[in-house]
Design a binder for this molecule. Structure first.
Ligand code: ADQ
Length: 811
């Protein structure tokens, strides 16, 4: 009977270990369950790992040691099972190895050091060929495996993503429970620092600073990916720690400790330690040294977390590796909102505790990035293109810049050249970007491809999900890597003749992904179409736009594909970078008569900015005249022509107007013409100037956004944050973010109009001007409500995280 128990519990222990590994790696979540039956029903994702149990080699020298292991596992597991804290197995395992070191004075035969063994290697138990075939516990062990395998086979199809999400909650709950346990225990002392460091190598490595924190998350993923690329296992010959990252690594080490802290506690200090059962005390007594070492170690980690005032990761058990790939990224490269998003969303994800990288072409010499010495070659249209990698670590994000002659000197012409030139650049970007997690050591350690999600953006990088599938996943590589495709603007799709397929260097049987027929283009090659079909999840940058892209008017020919893939579509409204776009600290408001201001100083600061803007533009400096603004690309989308048609009416209203933009030459010419015609009222600034965009946002009273379609729109968000009132066409993200002013209830954020029509625009501006002139209190209310909103990326990042998790569990 005792043998039965030990054997059964040994199986349980192996399950516990598997769970521990899987949870630790972030590949899935644990389910705490009172009975093994329940547990089995939730473990179908671990089924492949069960096979490994059978292939475990003998590692222990003799029967006595093996029995000892089984016994300890059995005791630990029984307690763990009682407390429903299965991950406590990690402690049992550590206890065992340290005991083994102390008692037997020889290391386990697994090739690695104890720390590595404790942390990453599967526990090996004796197989029937180890001379223990007659052992009844072993027979029970095998029998139990069989039973559990059957249970899993029966129930494997029942475990759906929603259930796994529930598991995430239970893990979170459990971690909180275990945190409490940990708190009770942390004042114990450390008798043997040597052992402590060996029993938990990762923490000591951090203390030395020799391995930056970022390796934590990475290493946690190695085991599970099953793909041990050389760079992933730390064999990259020229591991690199850029000087500037050496200091940033200190910060991230602290951060990592907090990350590690949560994992560590949940793995090592469950209620097992506070159990009053005899068995628990036995183990506590037997392994006092180790237990205390573990506690001290955990206490140190906690102390450092408190010192650094870094909370544990907000993402909790969902922490993962994220690589955002885009054709532009502010502040280095930007033609519009995509650059803003690529520069700021990653930072918000990093704040939640994820390890985050941005991959973007290097269009120019960026002073703050360094060549990390890695060179790779990719074939594009028969040409061998060498890519070198530059790196910067800023605000917790690894920015990796791909250098190639094709990208160089394109800083002011990112989407320049003919169709094929652009296509080839994007092919190179995507081919190189998919392999960045293998080849580019950030802070010394590559990301690896486990627990990894790529975020591709617009058609430019829509090839990335396709390459991930065709080159890697269809060939058994990067099996645990997922991709999300974000639609910022579906009007641009990477269309071309079907023959363009030859440039993307894919086998013929992938051609169907790209082929699309529509009445406008006929049968053609469409990169966005292939990306939408292949990505694990698709995000649009607002809820309104998520609905619009499914309509024939808003889908631009891709609505059919989007509707077919509706299940993986989600709208998430963009946030804004509140460090860059903050009237209180905006660096562009510190000179030339401008002034920083806040909600409290709105009444003095904003008029000062208005006067400075009028002066800078050469317009009469008048506080009483409403100053209207427009900022944006000059094209059909932005509805500049509607403003043009409304100008004769506006000029009769005693208003001033400033328009900043570049784009279609005819619209640029129109801006110049307006300025010539109404020099004392209108300024048409043709050009791209971030500084001027900030100053206009602060200085104008009203921002016009009559966009025909607007996936999200950032300028109206910036405007509201600066106390500037938006007048917008209620479409896409504009409808989501600007609620119509209600004068009776004093609610709302601006004025909206419901169709892209000049009269409607005029009507909305008319009401807006009336309120500005006649109802000052209402106007202030509009400004204050706008400024009080939390428009930061933090909300959106949390939602992105949900999509990352959904993608991660997408099979
Ligand atoms: N001449 C100029 N000088 C200086 N700065 C200028 C400028 N013209 C534009 N900008 C800046 O570029 C950005 C434009 O962002 P938007 O979101 O308004 O539009 P865009 O259409 O480019 O982005 C697409 O992607 C974004 C991000 O998802 C979506 O919000 C949007 O709806 C979608 O069309 C703003 O930061 C703006 O200040």
């Amino acid at each position: 009977m005792a043998a039965d128990l030990a054997g059964g519990d040994a199986v349980g222990a192996v399950f516990g270990e598997l769970l521990s590994r899987v949870v630790e790696a972030g590949r899935t979540v644990a389910m705490f369950s009172d009975t093994w039956k329940e547990l089995a029903s939730t473990l179908s994702s671990i089924e492949p790992l069960i096979k490994q149990i059978e292939s475990f080699n003998k590692v222990f020298d003799n029967e006595q040691e093996t029995k000892q292991l089984v016994e300890i596992i059995g005791k630990g597991q029984k307690l763990v099972g009682k407390c429903c804290k299965i991950r406590s197995w990690d402690l049992v395992r550590k206890v065992y190895y340290v005991k083994k070191l102390q008692g037997l004075n020889k290391p386990p035969k697994m090739g690695g050091d104890v720390g590595q063994l404790c942390r990453f290697q599967p526990v090996r138990v004796a197989s029937s060929t180890d001379g223990l075939g007659g052992d009844s516990s072993q027979n029970t062990f095998q029998g139990t495996i069989e039973k559990i395998k059957k249970a899993l086979a029966m129930q494997k199809d029942l475990l759906q993503i929603a259930e796994r999400r529930k598991m995430v909650s239970s893990v979170k709950g459990s971690i909180a429970d275990q945190d409490e346990d940990f708190g009770k225990q942390k004042d114990k002392s450390l008798p043997n620092p040597d052992l402590a460091s060996r029993s938990s190598d990762s923490v000591d490595e951090d203390k030395n600073g020799s391995i930056p924190s970022s390796s934590r998350v990475n290493s946690a993923t190695k085991n599970v990916s099953g793909i041990l690329h050389s760079s992933e296992v730390g064999e990259e010959p020229d591991l690199y720690l850029p000087p500037e990252k050496a200091s940033s690594a200190i910060g991230s080490i602290k951060k990592s400790k907090t990350t590690e802290y949560k994992t560590f506690k949940s793995d090592v200090l469950p209620s097992y330690l506070s159990s009053s059962s005899d068995e628990a005390q036995d183990i506590d007594e037997d392994n006092k040294n180790l237990t205390e070492a573990v506690l001290k170690e955990a206490a140190e980690v906690e102390d450092s977390a408190i010192e650094g005032e870094k909370p544990p990761p907000l993402a909790g058990a969902n922490v993962m590796n994220v690589i955002l790939v885009a054709a532009e990224c502010a502040p280095w490269s930007k033609t519009g909102g995509l650059g803003d998003v690529a520069g700021s969303l990653p930072k918000a994800l990093a704040r939640r505790g994820h390890r985050v990288m941005v991959v973007v072409p290097r269009y120019s010499d960026y002073a703050d990035s360094q060549d990390i010495g890695v060179r790779k070659r990719y074939k594009v249209d028969g040409q061998d293109m060498e890519v070198s990698y530059f790196h910067a670590y800023i605000d917790g994000v690894d920015f990796v810049f791909l250098d190639s002659p094709w990208f160089r000197h394109m800083q002011n012409n990112i989407y320049g050249g003919n169709r094929v030139d652009i296509l080839k650049r994007m092919v190179l970007l995507c081919k190189a970007a998919v392999e960045v997690p293998w080849h580019v050591p950030c802070g010394g350690v590559c990301y690896g491809d486990g627990n990894l999600v790529f975020i591709a953006n617009d058609w430019h990088t829509a090839l990335l999900p396709v390459y991930l599938k065709a080159y890697y996943r269809d060939n058994g590589l990067m099996s645990f890597t997922r991709s999300i495709l974000v639609i910022h603007n579906i009007a641009h799709q990477g269309r071309g003749p079907v023959e363009d397929f030859k440039y993307v260097s894919l086998p013929e049987h992938y051609k169907y992904l790209f082929k699309l027929y529509d009445p406008v283009g006929g049968e053609h090659f469409n990169i966005f179409a292939a990306g939408l079909k292949t990505a694990d999840r698709v995000v649009t940058v607002s809820h309104g736009y998520a609905w619009e892209v499914k309509t024939s008017e808003g889908g631009w020919g891709l609505h059919g594909i989007i509707n077919e893939n509706d299940w993986k579509l989600r709208g998430i409204v963009n946030g804004i970078d509140t460090a860059d776009w903050n009237p209180q600290s905006d660096i562009h408001l510190k000179s030339d008569g401008y002034s920083n201001y806040s909600l409290e100083t709105l009444k003095t600061g904003k008029p000062q900015c208005k006067a400075a803007l009028q002066k800078e533009l050469g317009l009469p400096v008048r506080e009483d005249v409403p100053l209207l603004g427009f900022i944006g690309r000059l094209d059909q989308q932005k509805g500049v022509d509607l403003i043009a048609e409304a100008i004769p009416w506006m000029m009769g209203q005693d208003v001033q107007l400033v328009m900043l933009g570049t784009g279609r030459p005819d619209l640029e010419q129109m801006l110049r013409q307006f300025e010539n015609q109404h020099g004392d009222r209108i300024r048409g600034w043709v050009g791209f100037s971030v500084k001027t965009a900030h100053r206009i946002t602060a200085g104008v009273d009203v921002l016009l956004m009559p966009s025909r379609f607007e996936p999200c729109g950032l300028n109206q968000l910036y405007a509201m944050n600066y106390g500037t009132v938006p007048v917008v066409h209620a479409v896409g993200g504009l409808r989501d973010t600007v609620q119509q002013f209600n004068p009776f209830e004093e609610t709302g954020l601006g004025w909206t109009f419901d169709s892209a029509n000049t009269n409607k625009l005029i009507n909305a501006i008319g009401n807006c001007l009336l309120t500005y002139r006649e109802y000052k209190t209402s106007w202030e209310g509009l400004q204050i409500r706008g400024m009080k909103q939390d428009l930061s990326w933090d909300n959106a990042a949390e939602k992105y995280e949900e999509v990352l998790v959904a993608a991660k569990y997408q099979w």
